[in-house]
Design a protein around this ligand. Structure first.
Ligand SMILES: [Zn+2]
Length: 116
């Protein structure tokens, strides 16, 4: 499962970040996942639970933000919401887009708890 390897790398990154902040718990991880990132949201949620098991992230709340896509027309530079990678520009009807948003796959923020 593709999502599991991504979940493992997210958990790894969060553990490293927590260690750098000398925290022993991560209460929340917020993720930005674009709708065109190729990730299935439900699979990722499930995979995060699996990847976090027996780590300091076991109790962590994972918040997944769905980032809607924004495309720029390569012909007229009009910005619009594409319905797919091959959508047509509503302004000039040319096909050809550059995705500005929608491919995100990143940790947006991390909430850690310091050692007492
Ligand atoms: Zn256009």
């Amino acid at each position: 499962m593709h999502e599991l390897s991504i979940a493992i790398s997210i958990v790894d990154t969060a553990i490293k970040q927590a260690a750098m902040a000398s925290a022993n718990r991560v209460s929340e991880v917020e993720l930005d996942i674009g709708i065109f990132s190729g990730i299935e949201y439900e699979s990722l949620e499930f995979a995060l639970g699996v990847a976090a098991k027996d780590t300091i992230l076991e109790e962590t709340l994972f918040r997944i933000n769905r980032v809607e896509a924004v495309a720029e027309c390569t012909a007229c530079e009009h910005l619009y919401t594409p319905d797919g990678m091959y959508s047509h520009c509503p302004e000039c009807n040319k096909q050809g887009i550059r995705l500005i948003r929608g491919c995100e796959l990143q940790i947006k923020s991390l909430l850690v708890e310091q050692n007492e």
